[in-house]
Design a protein around this ligand. Structure first.
Ligand code: PEP
Length: 254
């Protein structure tokens, strides 16, 4: 049985420790009786340390939204996995479409970030997904396969077991347009089969694959009920405790 995982990607919102903790004070209380869902909050860097301190001894885990692939040195503005580990961060979101499209991160760069993060014991949540034009041209599986091949290049089974994949169709992120449960399930199954062929059945059945793209309290449950969907990576709806809690409850029910 794979435990569903709900990630809250706050993006460039709730950046002050006080704003982050105001929300988390409510969430912490609400999720007290949640046992069968892993919850990860990824605040901006400016709130990360305070959030980690605040959530110690709770069931809520903490992730960063980005990292660089070196340990330290002359890389102005960057943060290393070593630093994240030192402050108690456990997860890191990598390959988000905003990083790929706005900051032009390639599969190769993301692959380096994954490897360095894993070497420090950080658990990457790695996003992949197609553009609308890819889907309309019938190229979704080809695009996903290429991302799987290059983003996860030279990773062994043990590495992959420490990774969570987030399938996030780019046309569904922040647009209010969600993939239907059937559309999402089709790609999740495709990803699982690809990994089964490349690695083995253990990885195929064990790796967690989240869906991301305009998840909200009303569409979450139908998505999470699908066999191959193990929770979600949530942007907009993760900014308020009540809506995130509703989504977490949907994952617990399914
Ligand atoms: C995301 O940023 O990963 C995301 C899925 O955003 P939203 O839920 O707002 O579409």
């Amino acid at each position: 049985m794979r435990m569903p995982i709900i990630g809250g990607n706050w993006k460039m919102n709730r950046g002050s420790p006080s704003s982050a903790i105001t929300m988390l004070r409510v969430l912490k209380r609400l999720v007290k009786n949640i046992h069968n869902v892993e919850i990860v909050i990824a605040p901006p860097f400016t709130a990360l340390f305070s959030v980690i301190q605040y959530l110690k001894k709770t069931v809520i885990r903490v992730g960063a939204q980005n990292v660089y692939f070196e340990d330290s040195g002359a890389f102005t503005g960057e943060i290393s996995p070593k630093f994240l580990k030192e402050i108690g961060c456990e997860y890191v979101i990598l390959g988000h479409s905003e990083r790929r499209n706005i900051f032009l991160e390639s599969d190769e760069v993301i692959n380096k970030k994954i490897k360095k993060s894993l070497s420090y014991g950080l658990r990457p949540i790695v996003c992949i997904g197609e553009h609308l034009e890819d889907r309309e041209a019938g190229n979704t599986e080809r695009v996903i396969e290429k991302q799987l091949e290059y983003t996860f290049k030279d990773l062994n089974k043990k590495d992959m077991m420490n990774i969570v994949i987030a399938y996030e169709p780019i046309w569904a992120i922040g647009t209010g347009k969600t993939a239907t449960p059937e559309q999402a399930e089709e790609i999740h199954r495709f990803i699982r089969n690809y990994l089964g062929e490349k690695y083995d059945n253990d990885l195929k059945t064990g790796i967690r694959i989240q869906y991301g793209g305009s998840i909200n309290p009303s569409n979450a449950e139908a998505l999470f009920q699908k066999e191959n969907i193990d929770g979600g990576l949530v942007g907009g709806a993760s900014l308020e405790a009540e809506s995130l809690y509703e989504i977490i409850k949907s994952a617990e029910r399914s």
